[in-house]
Design a protein around this ligand. Sequence first.
Ligand SMILES: [Ca+2]
Ligand SMILES: [Ca+2]
Length: 133
Amino acid sequence: MKKALPVYFLFIILHMAGIQSLHARSFRVGMMPNGNVVSCSACHVNPTGGGTRTLFGQAVFAITGSANTPFWSPSLAALDSDGDGRTNGRELNDPEGDGTATGASGVTNPGNRPPRFYIHRSIAGYPRHCTCV
Ligand SMILES: [Ca+2]
Ligand SMILES: [Ca+2]
């Protein structure tokens, strides 16, 4: 019984460290304009957070590393991390990157490029169709 007690405490400490790590990353949502709208999915492929980073998440990580440092800036706002034609700032309604969003309407994810649809012209005898790329 005496030997089981330290192992039990070790398990609790490791468990608490894991929880703290999860919370330590979720604070970044509050460090960008409309982060509460896009949540963890701006930086992570898994929308609940953790794991593989999106291209925007990679840009954020290049700035912060594992540190708790501010990352939102005019230069990050000016980038189009996911290559969808809208800058990160436009996607988060803060095109200037000053940290002040112009509302939450029309916010899109700076780490997610929606599929593009091309409608092909109808050729005589063939129906119209779309291609998703
Ligand atoms: Ca974009
Ligand atoms: Ca996007």
